[in-house]
Ligand binder design. Structure first.
Ligand SMILES: Nc1ncnc2c1ncn2[C@@H]1O[C@H](COP(=O)(O)OP(=O)(O)OP(=O)(O)O)[C@@H](O)[C@H]1O
Ligand SMILES: [Mg+2]
Length: 297
């Protein structure tokens, strides 16, 4: 199956499902499909890494199989696990029969007793599949070893059963916040895309397309304010996700002019640290509302 026919086709079809790309994103996404190579996306939080995998699935009519990575993730959660309880029950049941141990052994290491986890599930699926290996930098380095066979050969080896090779190669997306360097072995097997905050024009398009009812003028003010906030040295700069939340907030509060009062009243939607809020107020010279004695009471 070809996923996208050209970078322009990728841009169009992703755009049609609500994911707006720049040229580099569209080209790399097209290539990942055309070359059947996993796509490693790195970048700060909330810039659309996970969403790109979901958008590829939506735009190609594929199902998404997701492996959420975390510290302590192991083979049994990522690849497969034997259903020990069921195996024990079968062994007990066979004790009363005249089955030999070899027969029982062959019986309990079959599909019926296998619990498949996301990597194996994705490899075995015959329908178009997007395999999302999300936040891969959160796992321990050893887990990357588990991924290598899947990433380079699209196969999984189960000692008791043999090697399972993909009938239909999934579109593989790995995401990372770059909290640690991934191994060269993983990087070598992937195409690489660095996603960053979008330029103002694209962010305005994203916000307008995601938040129906938002007026162009206030969208422009919002995107401009977010860009100014990102220039400050903050603990956590606002992401696209926060721009969208902010736009929804303005709609909910029926605010159609993002003046100092409106920013002050809603700053908590975009900046989640007190120190960041204080810095923004100071550096952007926002006038804080004057608390009257009556209001304080
Ligand atoms: N290019 C885009 N077009 C449309 N929406 C976007 C785009 N990029 C991001 N978004 C929006 O931003 C939200 C956050 O994106 P997403 O969850 O993919 O971020 P992330 O990079 O995976 O962040 P994290 O590192 O925190 O997991 C999405 O739900 C989506 O609505
Ligand atoms: Mg994500």
């Amino acid at each position: 199956m070809s996923w996208f026919t050209s970078p322009a086709d990728a841009a169009d079809r992703l755009g049609a499902t609500g994911y707006l790309t720049d040229a580099a994103t569209a080209t790399t996404t097209f290539l990942a499909g055309a070359l059947e190579k996993p796509l490693l996306i790195e970048g700060p939080a909330g810039v659309g890494k996970t969403e790109l995998a979901k958008a590829v699935a939506r735009s190609c009519g594929a199902d998404l199989v997701r492996l959420q990575c975390y510290e302590g993730l192991d083979e049994a959660r990522a690849l497969y696990e034997w259903n020990y309880k069921k195996q024990l029950l079968r062994i007990q049941a066979n004790q009363g029969s005249d089955a030999t141990w070899d027969e029982t052994h062959d019986d309990i290491f079959t599909d019926e007793f296998l619990l498949t986890r996301p990597l194996l599930t994705a490899i075995r699926r015959e329908e178009p599949t997007v395999l999302l290996i999300d936040e891969v930098d959160k796992t321990d380095v050893e887990v990357e070893g588990l991924l290598l066979e899947v990433l380079s050969d699209f196969q999984v080896t189960i000692p008791e059963m043999g090697t399972v090779t993909a009938v239909r190669r999934p579109f593989v997306v790995l995401t990372s916040n770059a909290t640690r360097e991934l191994s060269e072995a993983v990087k070598r097997r992937c195409l690489y895309l660095h996603l960053d905050y979008p330029d103002s024009e694209r962010e305005r398009e994203i916000v307008l397309s995601q938040v129906p009812g938002l007026q162009e003028a206030v969208a422009a003010q919002l995107v401009d304010m977010v860009a100014r906030l990102r220039e400050l040295e903050l603990k956590k700069a606002p992401s696209i996700a926060e721009s969208i939340d902010w736009a929804r907030t303005l709609i909910a509060l029926e605010i159609d002019d993002l003046d100092d009062d409106a920013v002050n009243a809603t700053l908590g939607v975009v900046l989640k640290h007190v120190s960041d809020q204080e810095r923004a107020v100071k550096e952007l010279r926002l006038t804080r509302p004057v608390r009257t004695a009556g209001a304080a009471r």
